[in-house]
Design a binder for this molecule. Structure first.
Ligand code: KG4
Ligand code: ZN
Length: 343
């Protein structure tokens, strides 16, 4: 008897509602993945404004859920379990999703599972590429996170082996875009500009790659400052900024550090599969360099399609399905959001 899992995501600026079917053999099938984004409301501030995000979630939650059920051709009464992002994320934003999930769980009398957003970013890959090998290594690169995680069991055994000590990779993209006069969020326009630029034009620093630096940690604030300084100096000299070259050289530095550390971690830990997920995983140079380096090292690379990499409800439904399959204990109905929830 297969089961339908509803997933609700509201940790940042995306209201996501997903539906998946957990089959008896453990396979998880995607039925619906509806997302409403408030990103345009934040664009003029150059970053997510928590109050604006919470209000947008409140308005979007119900219509987004209705769209998901319509797409899947299911009714509320078909749901067998509910998973919701309990953290990490913005407190007010998380609370909207958690409250909605609790209401659905109480009304439908089905179990509720508060789950981790970061684990969701990894679990989503199973919707596209099937079960995850145990163990596997995951690199999460988004606007809020940059982490290397060892995944022994997606339903609960995940260990952080490295993370950024300052800015997240996506945050660096967003800040550099602002310096270059490109729109927010900065990842896509930098990716595009970089295609017309020379990645070796400027030798930007590769943070945390010195012999005494923590092996699997990252740092992007020095790189961001180096780009800002380079641009300032050129402006002071009255030179025109070669936006495409700066974008390409910055992007090369980010992709180089991320892929070098991930491959090194996989090799040192004897892990044969690397999953890259989160918004920055959509970056064309990152996936290309990761593919090259993984192939050379004999590591299987899995990158979910861009739509699944950014925040969505399907990733939470997928994780919920794995938690249900593992027969984990449901959360109590007094579940609360935890903005700093660790993996
Ligand atoms: O995972 P995500 O949608 O949201 C969270 O932060 O959780 O990631 C958003 C981040 C933004 O910083 C955006 O600039 C970055 O992902 N991003 C990219 C690309 N597309 C989105 N960064 C580099 N290249 C891209 N193509
Ligand atoms: Zn995310």
């Amino acid at each position: 008897m297969s089961r339908v899992i509803l997933g609700i995501e509201s940790s940042c600026d995306e209201t996501g509602v997903g539906l998946v079917r957990l089959h008896d053999d453990g396979a998880v099938e995607l039925l619906a993945d509806e997302v409403a984004s408030s990103v345009e409301q934040h664009a003029r501030f150059g970053g997510v404004v928590p109050e604006v995000a919470s209000r947008a979630h409140l308005e979007a939650m119900r219509p987004t859920a209705e769209r998901a059920f319509a797409t899947a051709g299911l009714a509320l009464s078909d749901v067998d379990a509910i998973a919701v992002t309990a953290g990490p994320g913005l407190a007010g934003a998380l609370l909207v999703g958690v409250s909605a999930a609790k209401a659905y769980a109480a009304a439908l009398d089905v179990p509720l599972y508060g789950v981790n957003h970061l684990a969701g970013h990894i679990a989503v890959d199973t919707l596209q590429h099937g079960p995850l090998p145990k163990p596997c290594l995951a690199m999460l690169v988004s606007g809020g996170h940059t982490q290397l995680l060892r995944v022994d069991d997606i339903a609960g055994e995940i260990t952080e082996i490295g993370s950024t000590v300052d800015d997240a990779a996506g945050e660096a993209y967003d800040k550099v875009a602002r310096v270059l006069g490109l729109p927010y969020p900065g990842g896509p326009p930098i990716d595009k500009a970089a295609r017309e630029g020379n990645p070796t034009a400027i030798d930007f620093p590769r943070g945390m790659t010195g012999p005494r630096d923590a092996k699997f940690d990252f740092s992007f604030s020095g790189l961001k400052t180096a780009v800002a300084r380079w641009v300032e100096t050129a402006e002071r000299r009255g030179e025109e900024i070669p936006v495409n070259d700066v974008a390409a050289s910055f992007q090369e530095a980010v992709a180089d550090v991320l892929t070098a550390k991930a491959v090194r971690a996989a090799k040192e830990m004897g892990i044969g599969t690397l999953v890259i997920s989160g918004g920055v995983a959509a970056n064309s140079r990152l996936s290309c360099l990761a593919r090259e380096r993984c192939e050379a090292a004999g590591i299987e690379l899995r990158v979910p399609r861009p739509r699944l990499c950014t925040d969505n409800g399907a990733m939470i439904a997928a994780l919920g399905a794995h938690v249900v399959a593992a027969e984990k204990k449901p959360s109590a109905l007094d579940l609360s959001a935890n903005p700093a929830l660790p993996v």
